[in-house]
Design a protein around this ligand. Structure first.
Ligand SMILES: Cc1ncc(C[n+]2csc(CCOP(=O)(O)OP(=O)(O)O)c2C)c(N)n1
Ligand SMILES: [Mg+2]
Length: 407
């Protein structure tokens, strides 16, 4: 028993978001509109059985059971939906040619981001690939920051200058376009945590394709050698561009790829399994045992980017089958409804509220202005580090300023 009706009511209204096992971030408190219905859900927690993990160099793994409060259930459900809706809206804006260039969508993989975020601490950091929209949202709490960035507008998190692949925020080190390059970057951030003694963990995410890169193994080596606080998360979504994991990888057991580092395979379509595996990894690191690999097996619904129909290297039936049987949002919804943790009316209300919220953010993103041309030399460095930066001509430096909001 941990959730009482009045606390849950406040949670739904968006006030307090901490319970024994998870701390959710500010956006649910302030930005996402409040839900209004009378609180009717169960006042007790429900415990769920989780899918098995596979372990590498570990005697025991993450919890096989997860307890969920009604308030957390609705909060997670809301986050899952916002993440999905941001990508749906982005796909539409791309079709309308309002979003141009690359646009890599995360739909299908939401359990990973929401599951990890549920147990991250404020001092933790995240570094990921170009498939970064939802990570930007969960770390910043602003759907507008993401959608406006995609539209090239000044209200974007990089003031419209970065686009789909170059999103950043507080404790969020991108948004990196070069496959695998984020792995050593995340290792460097892990080194900084240790050097500064701030207690943070660097969550370093990469794909099944990136997992084959030499620089990943160099980063693993240093992380293990120097006992750096890093959770390497391989998001195995089964494909790297147009190539399946089986075709590109001599071993698809990505959780074992750290060799001397322990690893856990996790059902990445199961939010609670992702949450418990992350909790396990955090405890592993904070007890001084060094870095760890989590392979989260998941699936991407759209093509590699929106210019890829995504059906020449896999069948439409395969995608439909995953959507039908393994969708992370549908599975989570079924779990919280079947257990009577929440009511159908509450779930419906979350869905309606989220749709309205994201659609409003999209409308704003479409009408906001673009950044002025002078801004080309702004925000190259953070924190007012320099006043001038070199332009095309070394004798004519450009003025440097910091304009981007960093929440
Ligand atoms: C160094 C480098 N090589 C190739 C590319 C082209 N490229 C972009 S994404 C991609 C596939 C990466 O797949 P994966 O790591 O599984 O990530 P996912 O796209 O599935 O999230 C490739 C080969 C690149 N951007 N950088
Ligand atoms: Mg992949």
């Amino acid at each position: 028993m941990s959730t009482n009706v009045s606390l849950s009511g406040r949670l739904l209204g968006g006030a307090v978001l901490t319970n024994g096992c998870s701390r959710l971030r500010a956006p649910l408190r302030s930005i996402v509109p409040k839900t209004t219905s009378k609180v009717e859900h169960r006042s007790t927690d429900v415990t769920f059985d989780l899918p098995d993990y596979k372990l590498h160099k570990l005697d025991s793994g993450p919890a096989q059971k997860a307890t969920l409060t009604a308030a957390d259930a609705l909060a997670y459900y809301k986050e899952l939906h916002i993440c999905r809706r941001i990508e749906t809206v982005s796909a539409n804006l791309y079709k309308e040619k309002i979003i141009r260039g690359f646009c890599h969508l995360y739909a299908g993989q939401e359990a990973v981001v929401v599951g990890i975020k549920a147990v991250q601490r404020p001092q933790d950091t995240v570094t990921t690939s170009y498939r970064c929209h939802t990570w930007t949202y969960v770390t910043s709490g602003s759907a507008l920051g993401v959608i406006a960035e995609l539209c090239g507008r000044v209200s974007g998190c990089s003031r419209g200058k970065g686009g789909s692949m170059h999103m950043f925020g507080k404790n969020f080190y991108g948004g990196n376009g070069i496959v695998g390059a984020q792995v050593p970057l995340g290792a460097g951030v892990g080194f900084a945590h240790k050097y500064k003694g701030d207690g943070g963990i660097s969550f370093t995410l990469y794909g099944d394709g990136a997992a084959n890169q030499g620089q990943a193994f160099e980063a693993f080596n240093m992380a293990k050698l120097w006992v750096l606080p890093i959770i390497f998360v391989c998001e195995n979504n089964k494909y790297g561009l147009g190539t399946s994991a089986e075709r590109s990888s001599a071993s698809t057991e990505y959780y074992k790829r750290g060799d001397y580092m322990p690893g856990v395979w996790v059902d990445g379509m199961d939010l609670l399994a992702c949450r418990e595996a992350t909790r396990f990894a955090i405890n592993w690191i904070t007890s001084g045992k060094g870095p760890i690999v989590l392979e989260m097996e998941t699936y991407r619904y759209f093509g590699h980017s929106l210019s890829d129909p995504g059906t020449s290297y896999r069948t439409r039936e395969e995608v439909q089958q995953v959507r039908k049987t393994k969708d992370p949002i549908t599975m989570f919804k079924k779990r919280i409804l079947d257990s009577k943790l929440v009511t159908a009316a509450q779930v419906k209300e979350v869905e309606t509220t989220v749709r309205k919220y994201v659609d409003e953010q999209m409308k704003k993103a479409k009408t906001d202005p673009e950044a002025a041309p002078e801004e080309v030399s702004a925000d190259v460095y953070a924190g007012g580090l320099v006043e001038e930066i070199r332009g095309v001509r070394p004798d004519k430096p450009l003025r440097h300023s910091n304009l981007a909001k960093r929440n």
